[in-house]
Design a protein around this ligand. Structure first.
Ligand SMILES: [Fe+2]
Length: 463
């Protein structure tokens, strides 16, 4: 019998899982780890513990955290599963029990329930280390050991799922986030204050239910990007899937004042797009500037469509939407031809005007597996893009910016990403100088194993 892992590219090469939890106390380093780097880089990603029972999607795998702790110029590594209740059931059974998102239609009747894999992002807020996935509650992990403490519901106050992309307001310390669902309420906005208390939950009316992976916030606004990837459980009986790409709907950008509510949301229409990840947004007088990694067409939720020949619109590129808040209207402009995803800015710039943005760049890409081989740095002042290409046979992921010091220039710091080298079947944590991205890395921290391609990470300074 052919197994899913024999044919699914997301279970092969460096997309494939590793199956052990390890600790490597002192890693070999080529170059030098800057002394001021004192903290931990955490990265989350899907890592199915068992052969899938049905069709596997990259978003399905059990969460696995890879953590590299730096201090005194030394590095240590640890990886742990996010030990969800569902994964514990499967560990006890010795096999996969839960189905994936491509089989949601079937699984509505056959599966015991949904598995909260916690596989997408990992953040710290108010001292809590949270593994996140958008379909469920956060999972709290123990700082240091990465042991799973359990689902975290903000003392019973969080009544919806939580996005994997909360925004940490660098000025107020608040964590702004939302939850969405393929059934009502489709979208709910939440605010946790600086101390981690959930202080606000507000249902937002949207024109159709959609897979809303991320959002963007500014000093004064909250922005929801409603794309025509409809996600509706009511479609399952007729269409066999809750996901449908319906470009005729266009894209609606909902802008809510931070001090307002659902009744104050203004919607602005633009062309059909899918956005997993905005880079950032900010106010510029009466304008709202939103930069995103934009897909012109979303085939990622449809394996049959993915296998057909597709045009360049299925690949993500950096794009800007500028909304005139007084006169209305959206100016829509591509910023670069390069294929790039996983946009980030410095944490200190989230919601504020940024000059620099960072993305994972791909040489060429089709609708198949997303493989990134470069770190791109965009300078919005000069309009230039610089690149650090890791070379053939090497793949990277999202690059996280780590500042050198609190009051430094916006790009004074480092970029970190895991880089997989197929020739060695190993990964390194590579540290680049963010002001000289194209230069040789400052340090290559050798992990004595490969680290599968994953989703998102963050740097958490010690103390
Ligand atoms: Fe994401």
């Amino acid at each position: 019998m052919m197994l899913e892992s024999d044919r699914n590219p997301f279970l092969q090469g460096n997309f494939g899982p590793i199956r052990s939890e390890d600790e490597f106390p002192e890693l070999r380093v080529e170059g030098e780890i800057p002394r001021e780097l004192n903290g931990t880089y955490y990265r989350n990603g899907p890592n199915p513990a068992f052969e899938p029972k049905g069709r596997y999607h990259w978003f399905d795998g059990d969460g696995m955290i890879h953590a590299v702790t730096l201090g005194d110029g030394k590095a240590r590594y640890r990886n742990r599963y996010v030990m969800s209740k569902g994964l514990a059931v499967e560990m006890a059974a010795g096999r996969a029990v839960y189905g994936g998102i491509l089989d949601i239609g079937k699984e509505m009747t056959e599966a015991p329930q949904f598995k909260n894999t916690g596989n997408t992002n990992i953040v710290v807020h108010a001292g809590k280390l949270l593994a996140l996935m958008e379909g469920a509650l956060p999972t709290q992990l123990q700082v240091g050991t990465l042991a799973t403490l359990g689902e975290y519901d903000f003392a019973g106050k969080l009544q919806t799922a939580m996005t994997a992309h909360p925004k940490m307001d660098p000025e107020t310390g608040e964590m702004l986030f939302f939850g969405y669902a393929p059934f009502p309420p489709y979208l709910t906005y939440h605010v946790a204050d600086q101390s981690g208390r959930l202080v606000r939950s507000e249902v937002i009316d949207i024109a159709w239910p959609s897979m809303i992976h991320d959002f963007v916030t500014t000093r004064d606004h909250v922005i929801f990007i409603l794309c025509p990837l409809v996600f509706d459980v009511q479609n399952i009986p007729t269409k066999g899937t809750p996901f449908t790409w319906e470009p005729e709907r266009g894209t609606r950008i909902g802008v809510m004042p931070r001090n307002g509510g659902n009744a104050d949301v203004k919607w602005y229409d633009t062309e059909a797009s899918y956005v997993f990840h905005p880079m950032n947004a900010y106010e510029d007088r009466s304008q709202l500037v939103i930069e995103v990694a934009r897909f012109g067409k979303m085939v990622f939720m449809d394996p049959a469509e993915q296998q057909k020949p597709q045009g360049p619109e299925v690949n993500p590129r950096l794009h800007r939407w500028t909304i005139d808040l007084t006169r209305g209207g959206v100016k829509s402009e591509p910023l670069d031809d390069g294929i790039a995803e996983f946009p980030r800015v410095a944490d200190a710039c989230v919601g504020l005007k940024h000059r620099y943005g960072y993305m994972a760049g791909a040489r060429a890409q089709t609708s198949g597996t997303p493989e990134f081989s470069a770190v791109y740095k965009y300078d919005r002042q000069t309009g230039r893009r610089e690149a650090h290409d890791f070379g053939s046979g090497c793949g990277c992921g999202e690059a996280v910016f780590v500042p050198k010091r609190l009051t430094g220039a916006e790009d004074e710091g480092y970029l970190m990403t895991f880089v997989y080298d197929a020739a060695r079947n190993r990964s390194d944590l590579v540290i680049l100088d963010a002001q000289h991205v194209a230069d040789a890395p400052i340090a290559r921290i050798e992990i004595p194993r490969r680290v599968p391609y994953g989703f998102h990470g963050n740097w958490v300074a010690a103390g």
